[in-house]
Design a protein around this ligand. Structure first.
Ligand code: PHE
Length: 457
């Protein structure tokens, strides 16, 4: 019999708030959100994303945290406990296995991109971008992509940093990284926003994000917005469930999660409002793909006073934001291996981090030697694009729907009320309605519409 709560507990609800926010705010907000917004034409995507956060992300995030705290173990064993408690099949733990696998896939490319940011801390600081044109900076980024050795180096450094924190444990590792970095993150973003308002084309950037053009709303854009709302809130794979398992028993889940989701959304919007005005000011098309952050911003920093210093600080924050997310991506798997009794925290982390690292080599090669390797079985994409698509747009939403079924339809209402006791009861019926009907049906509808569309082609 596993001892529930064996991994430790956050010492306060504030620690849960900070670690969950640390997990949510990461490359998804700072790197991915701006470039997919650019790819899907701006405002239509942003508005869909906001709708998805409110109707799907938020309710599922409450459900996932609740599952975690009720289970008080890794997602795999926690789900088993929760299902059995309500008289359901222990097989629900399969959702936990799916999550651990999804986590490995996500971490494999996450550490590569975070590695780019770490490398840019140094390049920007060295003054390499001062006075450079957009084209020269673009060339510099391409050279990095053509250099697998450099990418593997930074990918490895970041993997070791991630593993180091997870090995240090729940309170001495995970809680600590989130605690000291959040204030810095907010301060730096504010600085960037002020700079963008002052030096960038703010009006154009703002219009690009918020001027609604319904004709841009394609099924693909809607699925991308939905997938992104899962990715950015760390939902559907057990990261938030694992953190929920360490949450103090009395803490109000609903209220806390509203804070986490709001902060995460706010950061994404602020990053967009900082980046697009700069992009327009330097004349780069905002759909320039995964490189957006690594081209347009360095150009701007290269032109501003103290740019090398401020730019370097910015990339440091990107790396740190990614760091506090990366640790949450492998925590579910680590906790589960430890529970098996055959691993220490050290060896469990080592095994998982090494697997993700090795898988990450495929992402590194997607930008150079394997850039043209796009076979049908990868849906005519590179490994990187395929892993990104598979996790954000298929596996995370799938995990989310399964959690909705368990929480909304199979768990006893008494258990739900018990866990949500600290929250205002007038929200309970609305939340339950969303979890039973709205969130899962929206996900299924959007996914099948996209599937039909691509099959029809
Ligand atoms: N939410 C993180 C981000 O936006 C990524 C993440 C996904 C973290 C899934 C944990 C689990 O960068």
């Amino acid at each position: 019999m596993l001892e529930r709560g064996m991994h430790g507990q956050w010492n306060s609800n504030l620690t849960f708030l900070l670690t969950a926010t640390g997990s949510a705010i990461g490359l998804g907000n700072i790197w991915k959100f701006p470039y997919i917004t650019g790819e899907y034409g701006g405002s239509a995507f942003v508005l869909m994303y906001l709708v998805c956060i409110a109707l799907v992300g938020l309710p599922i995030m409450v459900a996932e945290t609740l599952l975690g705290r009720r289970g008080r173990l890794s997602p795999i064993n926690g789900l088993r406990h929760v299902a059995l408690e309500s008289g359901r099949s222990a097989r629900w733990q399969a959702v936990g296995y799916l999550g651990v696998m999804t986590g490995l896939l996500i971490l494999s490319f996450y550490t590569v991109i975070a590695g780019w940011a770490m490398r840019y801390v140094w390049t920007t600081l060295s003054g390499a971008f001062s006075g450079q044109s957009a084209q020269q900076v673009g060339e510099h980024f391409n050279q990095l992509l053509q250099n697998p050795g450099a990418m593997v180096f930074w990918h490895s450094v970041f993997s070791v940093m991630t593993a180091g924190v997870v090995m240090a444990g729940v309170t001495k590792g995970l809680a600590l990284v989130s605690r000291w970095m959040m204030p810095f993150l907010f301060a730096a973003l504010l600085l960037l926003l002020i700079y963008a308002a002052w030096a960038g084309d703010f009006a154009r950037g703002f219009a690009f994000m918020f001027h609604f053009e319904p004709e841009k709303l394609t099924a693909k854009a809607v699925l991308a917005a939905l997938g992104h709302s899962f990715f950015t809130l760390s939902l559907g794979m057990g990261a938030i469930m694992a953190y929920g398992a360490y949450m103090p028993a009395q803490a109000p889940i609903g209220k806390t999660i509203v804070w986490v989701a709001s902060l995460d959304t706010l950061v994404a919007l602020v990053v967009g409002l900082a980046i697009f005005p700069i992009v327009f000011a330097v004349g780069i098309a905002p759909n320039s793909g995964p490189g957006l952050l690594f081209v347009s911003l360095p150009v701007a920093f290269g032109a501003m006073p103290l740019g090398a210093l401020v730019g370097s600080l910015f990339f440091m924050l990107v790396a740190v934001a990614a760091w506090s997310s990366a640790v949450s991506i492998i925590e579910p798997g680590v906790a589960w291996l430890v529970e098996s009794g055959r691993f220490s925290r050290f060896s469990a982390t080592l095994a998982l981090a090494l697997s993700a690292w090795a898988l990450g080599l495929l992402t590194v090669l997607s930008f150079n030697h394997l850039a043209d390797f796009k076979p049908a079985w990868l849906l005519h994409r590179t490994f990187f694009d395929f892993f990104d698509l598979l996790t954000a747009q298929v596996l995370l939403p799938l995990g989310g729907v399964l959690m909705c079924v368990l929480v909304g339809w199979l768990m006893q209402k008494r258990v739900l009320l018990d866990e949500l006791e600290g929250d205002a009861s007038r929200w309970f019926p609305l939340w339950r309605f969303l979890v039973r009907f709205v969130s899962p049906l929206l996900v299924i509808w959007v996914m099948s519409a996209t599937l039909m569309e691509s099959l029809g082609k």
